[in-house]
Write a protein that binds this ligand. Sequence first.
Ligand SMILES: NC(=O)c1ccc[n+]([C@@H]2O[C@H](COP(=O)([O-])OP(=O)(O)OC[C@H]3O[C@@H](n4cnc5c(N)ncnc54)[C@H](O)[C@@H]3O)[C@@H](O)[C@H]2O)c1
Length: 350
Amino acid sequence: MERLSIDLKENPYDIYIKAGIIKELYQYIGVAEKWLIITDSNVDPLYGSFLEKSLGQEDYHKYVIEAGEESKNIATVEAVLSFMIEHGFTRKSKIIAFGGGVVGDIAGFTASIYMRGIPWIQVPTTLLAQVDSSVGGKTGINMAGGKNMVGSFYQPDTVVIDPELLKTLSKKELFSGIGEVIKYGIIYDYDFFKYVDENLENLLGLKTEITQKIIKRCCEIKAAIVTKDEKEEGLRKILNFGHTMGHALEAATHYQKYTHGEGVLLGMHHETLMAKAMGWIEEAYCREITDLIHKTGMDCTISNQLKIEMLEMMEKDKKNAKGKISFVLPTGKATVKEILLSKEEVKKWW
Ligand SMILES: NC(=O)c1ccc[n+]([C@@H]2O[C@H](COP(=O)([O-])OP(=O)(O)OC[C@H]3O[C@@H](n4cnc5c(N)ncnc54)[C@H](O)[C@@H]3O)[C@@H](O)[C@H]2O)c1
C-alpha cells in the first residue's frame, strides 16, 4: 500500500494506492448519513455492483451519467443536484466520484455547490484520472464558450486509487493517460522521464508493480506542485505544458477526434518543437521528448487547416493575458517556463 499526504493548509487529505484496494473501500471513506455514488454508463456495468458491495453502507444511491465529455455540462450537474434534493441528501452526506476525469470533475463540482459544499471522495478509474485529475481539487464543467469554463477549487476528503481497474480501459484511453505521465517527467523530474521511457512497454502492459510506482510518482509530483500553489497563481501553471495546443486541438475537432490526453500528447509534441525553434532547448533534448511521444504510437501530424483552426481556439484560451496566448514551454531538462506569445509569434515559431 502506498499512502501520500497532501499537506494543504486548509484541506489536507490522503491518497491511498494499492492494486485491489477497491475491495476494502469501506476502510477509507469514513462515515456519512447518506452516500451518492456518481459514475458513468461504461464504468457502472463493469464495476458498479462491485463498488456497492465494497462500500459497506446501506443508505446509498447511485447516479449514472452518460459516459463521455459531452456530459460535462451544467445540465448534468443540475440533474444530479435535483436528484440529491429529491432523495433527501443533507450536509452530512458524501459523494463518491467513481469514474474517469469527467465523472471526477462533475462530482467534485456538484459536491462543492450542493448546500454550499459537502464532502466527496475520489475513486478514479482511468489512468488520466489516477495520475492527474483526481489530485489537486480542480472541478468543473464545459460551457458552449469553452472547456472547463465554470468550476471550483474543492479538495476531496480522500483519494483511493486501484490500478487493477485500468485493466478494462481501451488502448486509446490508456494512451491518453500516458500523455500526463510523460508530462511530469518533462516539467519536474528528468529521472522519472527516463524511467517512463525505459518502462513504457511495462506501463502499456499494466505490469502491477511498475504501474503502481509510476502512479505514485505522478501523484507525488502533482501533490508537490499543488501544495505550493493550490489556486494556480504561479508554480501550478507548469502543469499546463502541452495544454494550450492540446485544448485547442480538442476544441477545433469538436471533442470528437482526440481524447484530452491525446490532445496533451500532441500539444507537448508541437510545443516542444516550438521551444526548439525558439532556441529554448537543444536539438538532442527535443528529440528525446518527441521520440518518447512517438513511442506511444501517437500520430502527431496536424494539417495546416487544423493549425489555423487551433490558433483561433488558442486566442480564446482562458489562460491568455495581455492579449497574448499563454504557453508553458521546456527550457531544459525538467524545467519549463511560461511565455506569452502573440498570434503572429505563434505562427512564426510553429
Ligand atoms: N480536474 C482536473 O484537475 C483535471 C485534470 C485533467 C483532466 N481533467 C478532465 O478530465 C477529463 C478527461 O478524463 P478521462 O480521460 O478520465 O476521461 P473520461 O472520464 O471520459 O473517461 C474516458 C473513458 O473511459 C471510460 N472508463 C473509465 N474508467 C474505465 C475503466 N476502468 N474501464 C473501462 N472504461 C473506463 C469512460 O467511461 C470514458 O468512456 C476531461 O474532461 C478533462 O478536462 C480534469
